[in-house]
Structure formats: structure tokens, C-alpha cells
Write a protein that binds this ligand. Structure first.
Ligand code: GDP
Length: 311
């Protein structure tokens, strides 16, 4: 990407989009464009098509999506399917029509079958049944991957797909009904600490295994792939290491210096038992995650301490 190329970041207010913009700015890119959703509703085909026709971006980072944790995915099932299908179809098609040089589509590790062998290789896509709690989101993201793949095959578009593992970092969602586990536990543990509450509630059994990547590592990897990868197969982005939800809670308790007890709420779902990325392909291409989970949690906890959570 030339430093003055016109780069459109879709989803600039979200955790991923804002991290990509920070990284682009750090690296000296000068022509980054964004649009608030009040002006361009990405679910609206006409609005997206006129925006692309007007702006003619050279490069696109497709980081816009309706996202959420296990509860939101399982509750707003129709919205997760419809909104994500519309957003990606509109942007990918508009990018093709307006001759975008390259587009990077962001998916998620939940696209892989629930019981796929671990670690998850890119080739396991569509080899089994999906996890039901996030099936609508996964189906939409798989459709996005297939749009990129087939627009490449039919029209020669240089569109690539990357699949990040569970992410955390600045601009995360701390709404307990919508958030992912890491920000939720940061909020709950911090609140318990400052209010002297002796216990903290962790959903499910605590035994599922998850992998966590700081969003600043994700944005670096995304720029790296935008520069160095132009194939139709997706690429996993992760750390290659995993932790149980219970150990994650214990780690956050240590960082927050909270000495209370964990109570497991078994009425809440566990979701997929394990979700570890195989990052062999990305490593072979020449990129590795740099921020360890403990470092990342310490960085984020500094922000959490300044937040004023309403009950
Ligand atoms: P998932 O990776 O799609 O399953 O999404 P989440 O990040 O929401 O959940 C990961 C795991 O953490 C699941 O097993 C949840 O049950 C568990 N978990 C424990 N406490 C919480 C919590 O307070 N919020 C959320 N979202 N998940 C929690």
C-alpha cells in the first residue's frame, strides 16, 4: 500500500477498526477514510454503493460487523445473520464494482466446526457442524469468506480473508449482556474489588479453553497480510496458546489484586469446549504475536480502572 493510497476502514468505531486506524496512522498512511453509520448504513445497499462510487477507495479493511459474546450471539440470532450478511455483501460487491485494488475481510475463529480437531487449521472450514450458540454469526462470516474467494475466482478481485481468534483491547464492549468473556471478567472483578464484594460470578463451568489476542497485534497482522498475502485461502490470526476460562479469571484477579472467590454459574452455556488456532501458516509467512496475555491484560486493566461502570 502506498502511503498516500486511499484506504477505507469499515467499522472504524469498533475495537478492530479503531486499532487498524491507529496502526495505519502510526505507519504514516495519510489518506484514511471512514463514515459514521448515521451517514452510511452498511446494511443499506444503495448507501454503500453511492459511497464507494463517490470515494473510489484503493484499499478496504472490512472490519465492520455486528459482534458480541455468547449471550448476544445466542439472543440476537436473526440480527447477527442478517446484519452481517448485508454488510459484507454490500461492501464486497461495491469493492468489486469500483475496482478496489485489495480488500481484507475479517472473520472469526467461530467459523470452524464445533468439534474440529485442535489446533484449528484453515483447511477445517466446512468439515463439520457449527457451534449452535454462534451459528448465525459463523454462517454469515463463512459467506463473507466465500464471497472473497469466489470474487477472486470469477472476477480476479484481490480480496483476502483473515480469521482472528478472541480479541481484546482498547474500545472493547463492557456491556455484560453483549461482551465477550475477557472484558466481562475485567469489569466484574474490578467492580467486586472496589466494592469489597467477596465473590465474582463466572459463567459456565470454567473449563472451556480459549485463545486471546490483543487487538494491537491483530491490526499489525492485518497490515502485514494486506502487504504480503494474496491467496484465496483464509489465514488464521492468533497466538497459538490457550487458557481455561477459570485460569483466565484467576489471572485477571491477580492483575487486579482481587482476593475474592469465583462462583461458577452453571445455568449459563459453555459454548465450544476448545477453540485454538493453528497459526502455522501466518508464522511461515513471517508474522508472530508480540503481546503476551498477561501484558495485554495489564495494559487493558489500566483503562478499566478509569472507567465508571454503572450498575
Ligand atoms: P465464545 O468464545 O463465543 O464462547 O464467547 P465468550 O467470550 O462470550 O465466552 C467464552 C467462554 O467464557 C464461555 O464458556 C462463557 O460461558 C465463559 N464466560 C464466563 N464468564 C463470562 C461472562 O461474564 N461473560 C461472557 N461473555 N462469557 C463468560
Amino acid at each position: 500500500m502506498e502511503k498516500n493510497a486511499k484506504i477505507y476502514v469499515a467499522g472504524h468505531r469498533g475495537m478492530v477498526g479503531s486499532a487498524i486506524i491507529r496502526k495505519l496512522q502510526q505507519l504514516g498512511y495519510t489518506n484514511i477514510i471512514t463514515r459514521p453509520s448515521a451517514e452510511v448504513d452498511l446494511r443499506n445497499q444503495q448507501q454503500v454503493f453511492s459511497f464507494f462510487e463517490q470515494e473510489k477507495p484503493d484499499y478496504v479493511f472490512l472490519a465492520a460487523a455486528k459482534v458480541g459474546g455468547i449471550y448476544a450471539n445466542n439472543t440476537y440470532r436473526g440480527e447477527f445473520l442478517y446484519d452481517n450478511l448485508m454488510i459484507e455483501s454490500n461492501i464486497i460487491h461495491a469493492a468489486y464494482v469500483n475496482k478496489v485494488k485489495k480488500l481484507l475481510f475479517l472473520g472469526s475463529s467461530c467459523i470452524y466446526p464445533r468439534m474440529a480437531p485442535q489446533p484449528l487449521k484453515e483447511s477445517y472450514l466446512l468439515t463439520g457442524v457449527l457451534e449452535y450458540t454462534n451459528e448465525p454469526y459463523a454462517i454469515a462470516k463463512i459467506a463473507g469468506i466465500k464471497l472473497c474467494e469466489n470474487y477472486r475466482l470469477q472476477y480476479g478481485c484481490n480480496f483476502i480473508s483473515v480469521m482472528p481468534t478472541n480479541l481484546y483491547g482498547p474500545n472493547d464492549n463492557y456491556d455484560l449482556n453483549k461482551s465477550h468473556v475477557l472484558p466481562a471478567l475485567l469489569r466484574k472483578i474490578h467492580t467486586a474489588k472496589i466494592k469489597n464484594i467477596p465473590t465474582v460470578e463466572v459463567w459456565g463451568s470454567g473449563s472451556p479453553l480459549r485463545e486471546f489476542l490483543h487487538v494491537d497485534d491483530l491490526s499489525e497482522a492485518s497490515l502485514f497480510l494486506m502487504e504480503n498475502y494474496s491467496e484465496s485461502e483464509l489465514v488464521n490470526i492468533g497466538t497459538g496458546t490457550e487458557i481455561t476460562i477459570k485460569d483466565l479469571a484467576l489471572l485477571i484477579m491477580r492483575v487486579a489484586d482481587y482476593k475474592g472467590e469465583i462462583i461458577f454459574d452453571s445455568s449459563k452455556p459453555d459454548g465450544t469446549p476448545r477453540k485454538l488456532m493453528d497459526v502455522g501458516k501466518l508464522t511461515a509467512l513471517g508474522w508472530k504475536a508480540k503481546i503476551t496475555l498477561e501484558e495485554g491484560i495489564r495494559m487493558v486493566y489500566k483503562d478499566v480502572e478509569k472507567m465508571n461502570f454503572e450498575e
